[in-house]
Design a protein around this ligand. Structure first.
Ligand code: NAP
Length: 296
């Protein structure tokens, strides 16, 4: 006879992101009513990468949903770093723009680090600049990195306590794992282990996790035997895989083998519909914050 598995709670990032968007739309309407400035978000897209275009389309749609103004700036992938930097300076100085993002990836001849750090920190609504990255460890963060900010918000809205918990973060990138680890320590008061490509015996760490976060970009990296019973699993990975049943020919999966991991969990995020929509919600929250700071 099979042991019945306990039902798990699916952490519905799509639903929470809709709630956040409704809250933001109400605040935008209030600002409009009071004659205050409406948030204005600008997008810089270099080249014609299909995935980047999809991400930008979703962000533009989110702006429309909440009533933000937006500007789309497109450049050919042959643009020089110097020219792109000049455009960034222009947006930095544009008084009407409250926040902007440079969609990644950039062409190989352009340095992501140099370009990102040209963005004015108080308009850096992706939270990628060194100033905003560093501000995570201050008690007064400026604009937080969007993806980890979204993860922390998801935990908060599901009443998932991190204080004193054993959190394991797999992946240590600049945009996901590294800032998330720091936020879990600083804001979440968790005990945090960070694992990466060179970690020996990954499963020995993941099995210790009360809450496991995964941001690597490898479908199926986390298997059922790597997760302890009752753990909470947050899958940040977003990987395009071939799916002939879809009109686009591809589908999205995370880094976690959902089918075999979910039955062991108390809570788990799906992909798609988990962390992804929260990143866009965070972008909108950061843009509102940037606007409120400049135009209280
Ligand atoms: P990245 O820059 O390539 O970083 C991947 C990280 O994983 C690195 O720290 C790398 O270690 C580590 N790693 C690689 N192989 C590993 C392994 N076998 N075991 C353990 N760690 C390993 O990627 P990223 O930009 O952080 O993105 C990671 C995933 O998250 C992708 O699927 C991406 O699409 C997704 N993502 C989703 C969102 C969202 O909004 N949902 C936002 C951002 C990213 P080293 O540091 O040693 O190289």
């Amino acid at each position: 006879m099979q042991t019945p598995t306990k039902p798990y709670t699916l952490i519905d990032g799509r639903k929470i992101s809709i709630e956040i968007k409704q809250e933001i739309a109400a605040k935008v309407a209030e600002r409009k009513q009071a004659g205050k400035k409406i948030p204005h978000l600008a997008f810089i897209l270099v080249g014609d990468d299909g995935a980047s275009q999809t991400y930008i389309d979703n962000k533009v749609k989110a702006c429309k949903d909440v009533g933000y103004h937006y500007t789309m700036m497109r450049f050919a992938d042959t643009i020089s770093e110097e020219k792109l930097s000049k455009h960034i300076t222009a947006v930095n100085n544009d008084e009407d723009v409250d926040g902007f993002i440079v969609q990644l990836p950039l062409p190989a001849h352009i340095s992501v680090e140099r370009i990102t750090d040209r963005i004015r920190p108080d308009k850096d609504v992706d939270g990628f600049t060194n100033r905003n990255f560093g501000s995570i460890i201050s008690k007064v963060p400026l604009l937080m990195p969007a993806t980890p900010f979204g993860v922390m918000e998801l935990l908060r809205r599901y009443n998932i306590e991190t204080e004193g918990k054993n959190c394991v973060v797999v992946g240590a990138s600049r945009i996901a794992g590294a800032p998330l680890s720091m936020m879990l320590v600083q804001q979440g008061r968790a005990t945090v282990t960070i694992c990466h490509k060179y970690t020996q015996g990954l499963a020995d760490y993941t099995r210790q996790a009360d809450i496991l976060f995964v941001a690597v970009g490898k479908p199926g990296l986390i298997t059922g035997d790597m997760v302890k019973e009752g753990a909470i699993v947050i899958d940040i990975g977003t990987n395009r895989v071939e799916d002939r049943s879809k009109p686009s020919g591809f589908g999205l999966v995370g880094d976690v083998d959902f089918k075999n991991v979910a039955p062991k969990c108390s809570h788990i995020t799906p992909v798609p519909g988990g962390v992804g929509p929260m990143t866009i919600a965070s972008l909108l929250l950061n843009t509102l914050r940037a606007t409120e700071l400049r135009h209280p």
